[in-house]
Design a protein around this ligand. Structure first.
Ligand SMILES: NC(=O)C1=CN([C@@H]2O[C@H](COP(=O)(O)OP(=O)(O)OC[C@H]3O[C@@H](n4cnc5c(N)ncnc54)[C@H](OP(=O)(O)O)[C@@H]3O)[C@@H](O)[C@H]2O)C=CC1
Ligand SMILES: O=C(O)[C@@H]1CCC=N1
Length: 263
């Protein structure tokens, strides 16, 4: 199956590496375009796939075309590829660009899938939400899900949930990295070398997420397991509550979703 990427930045590279590693396409079956020659050279040399200067060439080549440029560039990119629209499936990664908006620019019969991935896809641990328009068959949606499974987990959602997904998993790695940095800063303040602090903090966060996913336990139950009566953890929990950690996260994430709706 021929797969195309319009734009080849952080997300596209992660997806391409997953697709190639999962043997879902060979190097000769994947083509990507980019704005600059420097990136196109990296596409050829580092990813070993076909590089295109023209976005239209990618749309003409591929059966599945990932739209992997920033939302601000969608208008110009869609105008460029509009004459090449036939029965290929367009997979958008952009927040804010609704199926209706994309369909207006690609034509009524265009097959469109809207997704929201995240950067842990770079290590095969991504989370991708997808929704589709009526022109895309269940088999076609399954084929795109299979591609996304190669760099993490996937779930079909209703389009009304895509902005919410942007808040809870598309953007949330950034909040988690801030939390990790803060934990490491505290450990450094108490004398631990920084590299070692990152290892301890990251392993604790990864292990906690794994524990929750694998046991299916409520996070409150897992939190309570750590908090010994009159112990150390409850002291930290008390300060986090006092400083408004939960409220800060809720408000931050809702601001993210609001921004996604406006893009
Ligand atoms: N990063 C993230 O965590 C996530 C991003 N997304 C979405 O994924 C999409 C891609 O994001 P990301 O990978 O981070 O972006 P990057 O900025 O890393 O990459 C964007 C790519 O688009 C290329 N580009 C820019 N303009 C054009 C154009 N006119 N024609 C062809 N290519 C062009 C750039 O080329 P060049 O390199 O030559 O400049 C670059 O390769 C965005 O819509 C983003 O909102 C979704 C979820 C998570
Ligand atoms: O910040 C952004 O707009 C993109 C979308 C989700 C993650 N990064």
């Amino acid at each position: 199956m021929k797969i195309g990427f319009i734009g080849c930045g952080n997300m596209a590279k992660a997806m391409i590496n997953g697709i190639l590693a999962g043997n879902l396409a060979s190097h000769g079956e994947v083509m990507a375009s980019a704005k600059t020659e420097a990136t196109r050279q990296k596409i050829r040399e580092q990813l070993g796939i076909l590089a295109a200067e023209s976005n239209r060439e990618v749309a003409e080549y591929a059966q599945i075309v990932f739209l992997a440029v920033k939302p601000q560039f969608f208008e110009e990119v869609l105008a460029e590829i509009r004459p090449a629209v036939r029965q290929q499936i367009f997979v958008s990664l952009a927040p804010g660009k609704t199926i209706a908006w994309l369909q207006e620019r690609l034509g009524d019969g265009a097959k469109i899938i809207r997704t929201m991935p995240n950067t842990p896809a770079m290590v095969g641990a991504g989370m991708t939400a997808l929704c589709k328009n009526e022109a895309v068959t269940q088999e076609e949606a399954a084929a795109v899900c299979a591609l996304c499974d190669s760099f993490g987990k996937t779930e079909m959602v209703s389009e009304s949930m895509i902005d919410v997904v942007t808040g809870v998993s598309g953007s949330s790695p950034a909040y988690v990295f801030m939390f990790l940095e803060a934990m490491a800063d505290a450990a450094v303040a108490d004398g631990m070398p920084r590299a070692q602090a990152y290892r301890f903090a990251a392993q604790a966060v990864m292990g906690s997420a794994k524990l929750m996913l694998e046991t299916g336990e409520h996070p409150g139950v897992l939190k309570d397991m750590v908090c010994s009566p009159a112990g150390t953890t409850i002291e930290a929990v008390r300060v986090l509550e006092e400083k408004g950690l939960r409220s800060a996260v809720i408000e931050a994430q809702r601001a993210c979703v609001k921004k996604a709706k406006g893009l």
